[in-house]
Design a protein around this ligand. Structure first.
Ligand code: SAM
Ligand code: FES
Length: 353
C-alpha cells in the first residue's frame, strides 16, 4: 500500500463509525427537520468568522482542458466546446477591474493544465501583486510540486483543487487521467508549497451514496483545509454521465452537507458555490444563511461565459461582470450581510501568520 493510500485510510478513520452514521442520518433529514442544523451552522459561522461575506471575483481564464473527467462539460473529448484562452494581459486588466468593484481576491480558474506556461502565469501573479493589494487564488489543476512552489514564490496566496470524491473506486471510474492518490498528493504538495489550501467534492455524483457522502465530509474535515468548496453535481450534456441519474437526493441534502461541513470546520472559508444557483434560484443565498461566508461573483467577460459551461443552468451566463458586481451587493444587502473589506486570508492560520 502506498504512503498516500495509508494516509487516506488514516484520515478517513480519524472519526469513529458512530460519527459517520450520525452524519448519514443528518444528511437524510428533510428541510423542515434541518432547521435547527441550519441555525447551528449559521451561529458557528457568526461566532468564528463574523457576519462578513468575502467576495472573490472569479475569472475563468481558459476552457482548454487535457483531462476527461466524466462529469465535466469542458472535458477534452467534448468537441462541441469552442475553446478559448484569454490573453494574460486581459486577465491582468480584469484583475484591476475586480479591485474597482471592491473585491479583495481574484480567483483564476481554467481547465487542466492551464494553456499558459507556469512562467507566464507567475509573471502575471507577480504583476498583480506588485500593482494591487489583491489576494490571488489559482485553480487550474494538478502540477508537479515544484510548480506549486513557483506559484507561491511568485506571490500566489491560495490554491483550490477539489478531490471530487473520497471513494477510490468511484473516483477512478470517473477520472481516466488521474488517480485519487495523485490528486491528494497534489493537495499535500500545495500545502507544502505554503499556499492556503482549498478542496472539496461534488455532491450527488452517480455511483455515490449517503455513506460515501459522509466519507467525503469526514475526509474534507480531516484535511484541516483553509477553504472548502463543494457543490451539487449537475448532469452536463455531451459527457459520459449525461444519461446517468445523479444520486437521488432531497434538495435539503445539498444544504445539509454544507451545514455539517461548517459545524465540523468552524474556521474554514466556505463559498456559496455557483452551482447552488442552478438547483435553486436563491441557492447561493441559502448557503450563506446556512454556514457559508464567501461569494464568488463572475468576472469572466460575457463573450466567453457561454463556453465555460461545466454544467447546464449555470447562472450569470448572459450577464456582464458589472451586472454580477451589482447583483451580489443587492443579494448581500437583502441578507443583511456586510461585505468584508479585507482579503479574507486563512482563519485557520491567522494566529501563526
Ligand atoms: N481544472 C481545475 C480543477 O479540476 O481543479 C479547475 C476547473 S474545474 C472545471 C472546477 C470544478 O468544477 C471541478 O472541481 C468540479 O468539481 C466542478 N464541476 C465540473 N463538472 C461539474 C458538473 N457537471 N456539475 C457540477 N460541478 C462540476
Ligand atoms: Fe477538465 Fe473538467 S475535465 S476542467
Amino acid at each position: 500500500m502506498s504512503t498516500i493510500s495509508k494516509e487516506l485510510d488514516k484520515l478517513k478513520n480519524k472519526y469513529s463509525a458512530r460519527i459517520k452514521s450520525k452524519i448519514v442520518s443528518i444528511l437524510n433529514r428533510n428541510e423542515i427537520d434541518s432547521e435547527s442544523l441550519y441555525r447551528l451552522a449559521a451561529r458557528i459561522c457568526h461566532r468564528h468568522l463574523g457576519d462578513e461575506v468575502h467576495l472573490r471575483g472569479i475569472i475563468e481564464f481558459s476552457n482548454y482542458c487535457g483531462q476527461n473527467c466524466f462529469y465535466c462539460g469542458i472535458r477534452a473529448d467534448n468537441h462541441t466546446v469552442k475553446r478559448y484562452k484569454i490573453p494574460l494581459e486581459q486577465v491582468y486588466k480584469l484583475s484591476l477591474q475586480a479591485r474597482e468593484y471592491g473585491y479583495r481576491t481574484v480567483v483564476l480558474q481554467s481547465g487542466e493544465p492551464a494553456p499558459y506556461s507556469p512562467d507566464s502565469i507567475c509573471r502575471l501573479i507577480t504583476r498583480i501583486k506588485q500593482t494591487t493589494d489583491l489576494a490571488i487564488t489559482l485553480s487550474c489543476g494538478v502540477y508537479p510540486a515544484a510548480v506549486y512552489r513557483q506559484f507561491a514564490d511568485a506571490g500566489c496566496d491560495r490554491y483550490l483543487l477539489r478531490f471530487e470524491s473520497s471513494d477510490q473506486k468511484l473516483f477512478n471510474s470517473l477520472h481516466p487521467d488521474i488517480t485519487l492518490e495523485e490528486r491528494l498528493q497534489a493537495l499535500l504538495d500545495i500545502r507544502a508549497a505554503g499556499l492556503q489550501t482549498g478542496s472539496g467534492f461534488l455532491i450527488g455524483l452517480p455511483g455515490s451514496s449517503p455513506s460515501t457522502l459522509a466519507d467525503d465530509i469526514l475526509l474534507t474535515s480531516a484535511l484541516s483545509l483553509d477553504m472548502i468548496g463543494c457543490g451539487p453535481f449537475l448532469r452536463a450534456p455531451q459527457t459520459p454521465l449525461s444519461g446517468r441519474p445523479s444520486l437521488l437526493l432531497n434538495k435539503s441534502t445539498y444544504y445539509n452537507t454544507l451545514a455539517i461541513l461548517r459545524i465540523l470546520n468552524p474556521l474554514a472559508h466556505i463559498p456559496a458555490t455557483t452551482a447552488f444557483d442552478a438547483i435553486d434560484p436563491h441557492g447561493r443565498d441559502l448557503v450563506l444563511q446556512r454556514g457559508g461566508n464567501v461569494f464568488m461573483p463572475n468576472l469572466t467577460p460575457k463573450s466567453y461565459r457561454k463556453d465555460y459551461q461545466l454544467y447546464p443552468g449555470k447562472p450569470c451566463v448572459d450577464e456582464k461582470a458589472s451586472q454580477c458586481a451589482g447583483c451580489v451587493r443587492r443579494r448581500l444587502a437583502r441578507l443583511n450581510r456586510p461585505i468584508a473589506e479585507n482579503p479574507g486570508g486563512s482563519f485557520r492560520l491567522r494566529h501563526i501568520l
